[in-house]
Design a protein around this ligand. Structure first.
Ligand SMILES: *Cc1c(COP(=O)(O)O)cnc(C)c1O
Length: 397
């Protein structure tokens, strides 16, 4: 059931369609009750003195940022983190009012709009700081920045020494406030994460020397759960908000928020010896009943799952046969006691009957990580946000 208040953020006619998901080829369901529970659980795990920075980069890890970010704000997270300035601007368009931190690289040309929209940038150069300061003076605002210290990941940021010099130089600029100092761990979810200790030891002297900076942060989901000393004033949580624990990370019980579902598009018979899909990489050993699932690699479903993955139909596992194509793949229905029908529900991620397919299990079969599985899910899939058993909101492009 769709609630009367359900809205399509991007103005598509989907709410009408979504009232009957049987009219959709495929869709994502996002469970906002599970999201609320995860926020509460993670807040309990890190303690009340530590801010939750909800990382909603990359379309909120595929969940649909236009729907997920407002729900996270309502669930009581403290800040948002994204990677691109354009992602931060989009959050403001979606009505988010919390502080937003851009973790990634920003150009001086982006300074003015960032200041106008109260977006906090990670500042890696004096040139960017000066552009922010000028814009803030012009607009009669204060530009807030964080300095990112490269403690050993060797991705973004500045060296520990440069961090101190840069922060002190930024401190002297008018209308600019150095609010935060951050770093990021390289081995957060590796079996052995002791490299985090070395990184923390490189971060600590800068924190001491820059003790006038009020906000330090270093932990992603894995580090926040494995290394309580690295929580500082805030933790940057992505995957755990989605109810998935990183590898090698013991943690509290979380609830997966995302399900990917489709409708069986065609049921057909393949004679023994015939092949299925491009390249005919699967051959029917016996006369076989197969089903067409209208989801493909263009939707972000991993092509690597060809002849390896499975879906749930009527609560049972049905193996994927042949290659994943751009818009479809085929499953073997032979294991089902009764022949399914066109329109029957197919679960690619999520639960059906007593069975469950997790992002972890899909990632393992596809030879990748759960972040990749969820963040790859594309805009063609409508996002249906559920609360209390009803569709509260539809996001579709
Ligand atoms: C993506 C990202 C995070 C969130 O990581 P999770 O493992 O999903 O919690 C945190 N910090 C930075 C710098 C990131 O890029």
């Amino acid at each position: 059931m769709i609630s009367p208040a359900a809205t399509s953020v991007l103005g598509s006619p989907l709410p009408a369609l979504a009232e009957a998901t049987h009219a959709l080829n495929a869709w994502l369901e996002i469970d906002l009750d599970a999201l609320d529970a995860n926020v509460r659980t993670l807040r309990g795990a890190v303690g009340p003195a530590v801010e939750l920075i909800a990382i909603v980069k990359a379309n909120a890890y595929g969940a649909g940022v236009a729907g997920l970010a407002p729900a996270l704000e309502a669930a009581g997270v403290d800040r948002f983190g994204v990677v691109w300035v354009t992602e931060a601007l989009a959050l403001r368009r979606f009505g988010c009012r919390l502080p937003i931190l851009v973790l990634g690289h920003a150009f001086p040309e982006e300074a003015e709009e960032a200041v106008r929209q109260d977006i906090t940038l990670t500042c890696h150069s004096l040139a960017l700081g000066e552009a922010l300061s000028r814009a803030a003076v012009r607009l009669g605002k204060v530009a807030r920045v964080h300095v990112h210290l490269d403690s050993g990941l060797h991705r973004e940021g500045v060296s520990p020494k440069e961090a101190v010099t840069l922060a002190n130089a930024l401190r002297g600029l008018p209308a600019l406030e150095v609010e935060g100092l951050s770093t990021h761990m390289a081995n957060a979810d590796e079996p052995d994460d002791s490299y985090s200790e070395l990184q923390a030891a490189r971060f600590a002297p800068a924190c001491r020397e820059l003790d006038w900076i009020p906000y330090h942060h270093a932990a992603n989901s894995a580090t926040s759960l494995r290394r309580s000393a690295a929580r500082y004033q805030g933790v940057r949580l992505g995957l755990t908000l989605h109810g998935v624990l990183p590898a090698n990370t013991p943690g509290p019980a979380l609830h997966p928020i995302l399900a990917l579902k489709a409708r069986l598009a065609r049921v057909s018979e393949v004679p023994a010896g015939d092949g299925v899909g491009y390249g005919l990489t699967w051959r029917a050993k016996k006369p076989s009943r197969v089903g067409l699932v209208p989801v493909g690699y263009a939707d972000g479903w991993p092509r690597a799952l060809g002849n390896r993955g499975y879906v749930l139909i009527a609560g049972r596992r049905c193996p994927m046969v042949g290659r994943v194509m751009m818009d479809q793949f085929v499953v073997d229905l032979s294991a089902l006691p009764a022949p399914p029908r066109e329109g029957d529900e197919v679960v690619l991620l999520g639960t059906q009957g007593g069975e469950r397919i997790t992002a972890d299990s899909v990632a393992e079969l596809a030879g990748t990580i759960p972040w990749d599985v969820v963040a790859s899910l594309q805009a063609r899939l409508p996002r249906l946000f559920h609360r209390g058993g009803r569709v509260e909101r539809v996001v579709a492009t």
